[in-house]
Design a protein around this ligand. Structure first.
Ligand SMILES: Nc1ncnc2c1ncn2[C@@H]1O[C@H](COP(=O)(O)OP(=O)(O)OP(=O)(O)O)[C@@H](O)[C@H]1O
Length: 587
């Protein structure tokens, strides 16, 4: 066990309601594991436990692994405690247990991703069909404010003459009565349950008197509203651990706002971890310009084994014509000069761009179609919706119509079988129902099989011989090199590419990781949500894009290089002052 810093000690002593704002490399998982261990040793209650929550199964597993390392034996934290994801906590302990109160049969609700029931409803209007509302009831949900939303926008619809509520709201009632809860509304449903039934909130608070949320900067507003009700209902000890500067999952409704707000509330105590055990002091000094939390504050203190590294971070400026290989060559040579071995767990080249090459497991995908679906899902969530559509379309075409190789125009071929506009809607329906990319790959495949089955059944498309779902949607079952690959979230198989000697990854793919040297490559790309030199120098610190840059820059221990176009030697780079950054020009 490490000797703890004063700040870490303060966290170990803390009781009541606490927010721990922890800088990169401060050992969040380590200190969470120590805290949990401390409580486990003291625990005397048989039917009340701790809830130790994070956002992905992988993160939960990391906490468990860390605890095992500390106690030196492998085991499981079992009843009465719960270690798992925020989603599974809300599903299992709130929605599935008490949701029966809101349906007519008093049955356990069904949480679902897609609408497989298609209940009949006579009152749709032409406009409802035109806007696509009649076909997408799973996109409607009540927010915690009680208002009806579709795709994050409030539904503002003039009710039919004589009707008090719009048809979508009436249709939604039918589903509600049958106990069908769509995944998108689980948190707001849980909120409503607790809000309208304070005794349930009290029961859960009493079942879990200690709640600890790791990576709490990624809590959505709805999730935080649910936890707020539990906190006020009597949870005795609460710990929100996170770093608002590292919130990079807005696409799944994560927002650092809730976390930051707690830091400002009087009844919450804010604790800080400002010692960085990962990076050199020079890196800590240089990256503070990209952190909102450190605006007008001192840099974090480097306390790790490379705290005193002499090498300044490098701003590598090149012309628009400079080839990528030249930039990488410079970086690799610099690594060699610093005696950093260029291997994938020590050296990483990261970009903001979202799509990367395939997994490291050979023969992972058992058909070209399943790979296209998985790739399409990755594009759908992280990349280009157009690419996602094209991949999904090709996979469905190959499963139901014919060989892709022999066709000239996919649209013409499809039109022979089914009107293209109907086909297009079908594809969109499949994509909007892709399971989350945080699902472990084997679970993702199983969930996707069910969704695809339902969606193909509801269309008139017939699967070709040998191309049925069971044959096509399949992955490898065993791998000798990576035995636990089935437990890994599916996104992992697209985020990294370790085939070269170094790691190549999107910033999302290296979140939480440590390397000796990192090159953040600011590629020149068109588009509003890309990193550019001007954004890095002048962009808002509270934007997700800046946080993505910050996460990338805070991964290395010894060498940080940021490469971007810039040939004017007199140009100003306000966030890369020469006192902290070495400016290097290459042609
Ligand atoms: N008191 C301590 N003394 C020495 N090392 C420590 C101490 N506390 C934590 N550490 C180590 O510091 C390292 C911190 O890195 P880690 O990746 O866990 O940080 P983190 O907070 O998760 O960072 P990030 O949020 O940037 O991913 C870990 O290896 C951890 O074991």
């Amino acid at each position: 066990m490490y000797e703890l810093t004063d700040e870490q000690e303060a966290f170990m002593r803390a009781e009541g309601k606490n927010v721990l704002c922890a800088c990169p490399g401060s050992g969040k998982t380590y200190i969470v594991a120590r805290k949990v261990l401390k409580y486990l040793h003291q625990w005397k209650k048989n039917h009340q436990g701790m809830a130790v929550l994070s956002f992905t199964n992988i993160a939960s597993k990391e906490i468990m692994d860390q605890i095992e390392q500390l106690i030196g034996v492998s085991g499981k934290i079992d009843y009465p405690h719960f270690v798992g994801t925020v989603d599974s906590f809300i599903n299992n302990f709130i929605v599935l247990q008490y949701g029966y109160l809101y349906n007519e049969n008093r049955a356990r609700p069904q949480v679902t991703l897609s609408n497989i029931w298609n209940y009949q409803f006579r009152f749709w209007r032409t406009e409802c069909h035109r806007k696509g509302c009649s076909d997408s009831i799973e996109k409607f949900y009540y927010g915690i404010d009680g208002k009806l939303y579709k795709n994050h926008s409030e539904v503002i619809c003039e009710p039919n003459s004589g009707r008090k509520v719009p048809p979508c709201a009436q249709y939604k009632k039918i589903y509600e009565k049958k106990g069908i809860v769509f995944q998108s509304e689980v948190s707001s449903f849980a909120y409503r349950l607790l809000n309208e039934n304070p005794c349930i909130a009290q029961a859960i608070a009493s079942r879990f008197p200690v709640i600890l949320i790791d990576e709490a900067q990624d809590t959505s507003e709805e999730q935080m509203a649910v936890f707020d009700l539990l906190f006020t209902a009597g949870v005795e000890k609460t710990f929100l651990v996170g770093d608002p500067d590292q919130s990079i999952y807005e696409w799944r409704n994560a927002t650092p706002k809730c976390f930051v707000q707690k830091m400002q509330e009087d009844d919450w105590k804010t604790l800080m971890l400002t010692a960085n055990f990962r990076s050199s002091q020079r890196i800590c000094n240089a990256v503070r310009y990209f952190s909102q939390s450190l605006e007008d504050k001192a840099a974090n203190t480097a306390k790790g084994p490379f705290a005193a590294e002499e090498q300044k971070p490098i701003l590598l400026l090149h012309s628009m014509q400079t080839g990528q290989e030249k930039i990488y060559e410079y970086f690799k040579n610099k690594c060699k000069e610093m005696e950093i071995e260029v291997v994938s767990d020590k050296v990483a080249i990261v970009t903001r761009s979202k799509i990367h090459s395939d997994s490291d497991i050979s023969g992972l995908w058992k058909s070209s179609e399943v790979e296209m679906f998985a790739r399409s899902a990755y594009e759908w969530y992280f990349g280009s919706r157009k690419k996602a559509f094209s991949l999904c379309e090709q996979a469905i075409y190959s499963m139901t119509i014919g060989d892709l190789k022999s066709i000239h125009s996919i649209e013409d071929e499809i039109n022979r079988v089914i009107p293209y506009y109907k086909w297009k809607l079908g594809i969109i329906n499949i994509m909007t129902n892709y399971p989350s990319l945080d699902t472990p790959i084997s679970g993702w495949i199983n969930q996707f099989k069910c969704t695809l089955n339902q969606l193909l059944e509801s269309s008139n498309l017939v699967q070709r011989e040998g191309k049925d779902i069971a044959n096509v949607v399949k992955i490898k079952t065993r791998d000798t090199k990576m035995k636990d690959f089935k437990e890994k979230p599916i996104r992992v198989f697209f985020e990294k590419k370790n085939k070269e000697s170094y790691t190549r990854s999107s910033v999302h793919g290296v979140k939480g990781e440590t390397y000796e040297a990192v090159l953040l490559h600011v590629q020149h790309q068109k588009g509003s949500n890309t990193l550019t030199p001007s954004f890095l120098n002048n962009g808002a610190l509270d934007s997700e894009l800046m946080r993505i840059a910050y996460v990338g820059m805070t991964r290395p221990r010894r060498l940080l290089v940021v490469a971007m176009p810039g040939t004017d030697k007199k140009a100003e780079y306000p966030r890369f002052p020469k006192s902290e950054w070495e400016h290097v020009f290459i042609k």
